[in-house]
Design a protein around this ligand. Structure first.
Ligand code: NAD
Length: 474
């Protein structure tokens, strides 16, 4: 019987499948594959009258570009293997979507639900202190972001901790991304990863041949979608796909089970229900089942695993009925499951592309912090003035009695409005998701040894990392 490799081994297996099709020197191949360093820290915090010891990690996979970038995860499952796998994925992800970073990842073994806000702040600040004093958090060397179990709040604490330890660093705000908007963040960062999943699907649905490979046709409208994990990524993906593209979210799987509704779940109400009760059980807008994992095997067009790694594995891959899987989470499909699903003809949009919306908008935030100016601040009114000039001239011309057309009020309103930060961020994200998809699909359709998008994605990104090392004379 086949055994399941670890998460890091899974990433290595997929990497090896790709490099087998490339012409890299063995030395360079090894240099790209290995994780440069992993720092493990055990620190104590006095809580509830006694000292509690926590274990945290920050792994740097590749420094071919600096700073290195990758989220910080707070979860009980955090371990060195997982952090190294996620750091490697960050290297390939950044190369694929052309954000100028190396790959890194961090994690703290903790269940955030066990501690109150004040305790979480003490723990987060102490972990940040340990990383900052070793330059493992630093605007020019290593820039974390949110991941599972962390969000704007933790990023704000970490930034403040960095400022306290680097009082004269004018670029202090750029030491992490995913900050709250009033603490140096950027519009559109919270929604970015889910928004990126939506843009990725929209781009996939623009190509008839690609849809045909997944036995699908038409648009996203009416497509049946199952989402696992209604956290930051899953919630935004489900919300945008149902509210803006007409998808039917027929099931949502959470920690305590799943809710199903063949007519589509109302995502906003479900999210409110989870916030109030802590789970999906008892939601009146759908049917509850206790065995959530089994719902991954239900009939649907698109399956969106957006919770954690390894959920589609050797034990359930052959039962998957989805026509395509878009990996919103990192590593949800193991290497063994990937092989089975590819043979079954299930199209998989790989994690390193599918969830790259987060790092893309993080890149915009980092640039904004270094530039010390909001996007659009200088050009917005000037853009509006030029549009006004054109409208005035068109209206002057339309006074000619021979001209029968006139500009609608709706057009004028939309055309006159200069883009603000959120529109610019979304437009930059859309462009990134489209271009990156095109670079993958070109390899998918032109290299006859490449049969799936994951290998195509690895080929594109490994080639870019290799080019970067070569340019340094390696
Ligand atoms: P999150 O903590 O906000 O949400 C995770 C959700 O999954 C929660 O609702 C949780 O209850 C649920 N969940 C946990 N275990 C589950 C299980 N066994 N079955 C069903 N549901 C379960 O985390 P997130 O930031 O949304 O991250 C989710 C995934 O997306 C992770 O793999 C993460 O690495 C990846 N990711 C996140 C970002 C980001 O910007 N936040 C960016 C790229 C990738």
């Amino acid at each position: 019987m086949k055994t399941e490799p670890s998460f890091r081994e899974s990433v290595d297996i997929m990497f090896n499948r790709a490099v087998a099709l490339m012409d890299l020197s063995p030395g360079l191949e090894q240099k790209i594959r290995v994780c440069n360093s992993t720092y493990t820290v055990r620190f104590g915090v006095r809580l509830r009258g006694k000292i509690e010891t926590f274990t945290g990690y920050r792994s740097v996979h590749s420094e071919h570009m600096e700073p290195v970038k990758g989220g910080i995860r707070f979860a009980m499952g955090v371990n060195q293997d997982e952090v190294e796998a996620l750091a490697a994925l960050m290297t390939y992800k950044c190369a694929l979507v052309q954000t100028p970073f190396g790959g890194s990842k961090g994690g703290l073994r903790i269940d955030p639900r066990e501690w109150n806000v004040h305790e979480m702040e003490l723990i987060t600040r102490r972990f940040a202190y340990e990383l900052i004093k070793r330059d493992l958090i630093n605007p020019s060397q290593n820039v974390p972001a949110p991941d599972m179990g962390t969000g704007e709040r933790e990023m704000a604490w970490i930034t403040d901790q960095y400022r306290r330890m680097n009082t004269t660093d004018i670029n202090a705000a750029a030491c992490v991304t995913g900050k709250p908007i009033n603490g140096g963040g950027i519009q559109g960062r919270v929604e970015a990863t889910g928004r990126g999943v939506q843009y990725a699907l929209r781009e996939f649905f623009r190509y008839e041949e690609d849809k045909a490979k997944a036995n699908m046709s038409g648009t996203l409208d009416g497509k049946k979608v199952i989402v696992q994990g209604l956290g930051n990524v899953g919630y935004h993906a489900a919300k945008f796909l149902s509210e803006e593209d007409g998808c039917k979210i027929v099931a949502v799987i959470e920690r305590d089970g799943a809710v199903l509704n063949p007519d589509g779940l109302a995502i906003e109400f479900l999210k409110e229900h989870i916030a109030l009760t802590g789970g999906v059980k008892g939601f009146s807008g759908g049917t509850y089942v206790e065995n959530g994992a089994a719902v991954l095997e239900e009939e649907c067009d698109i399956l969106i695993p957006a919770a954690m790694e390894g959920v589609i594995n050797l034990s359930n891959a052959k039962n998957i009925k989805a026509k395509m899987i878009i990996e919103a989470a990192n590593g949800p499909v193991t290497a063994g499951a990937d092989e089975i699903l590819n043979k079954m003809g299930v199209v998989i949009i790989p994690d390193m592309y599918a969830n790259a919306g987060g790092v893309t908008v993080s890149y915009f935030e980092w640039v904004k912090n270094l530039g010390h100016i909001r996007f659009g601040r200088i050009s917005r009114r000037q853009e509006e003035a030029r549009h006004q000039l054109l409208l005035d001239e068109l209206e002057r011309l339309s006074n000619d009695p021979a001209i029968t057309w006139e500009l609608s009020e709706n057009f004028k309103r939309q055309y006159l409005r200069g883009a603000g930060e959120l529109e610019l961020v979304r437009s930059g994200l859309d462009d990134t998701m489209r271009e990156s998809y095109q670079s993958m699909r070109e390899v998918w359709h032109t290299n006859d040894k490449v049969h799936d998008l994951r290998i195509a994605a690895y080929l594109v990104s490994i080639n870019r990392v290799a080019a970067s090392y070569r340019s340094k004379g390696l």
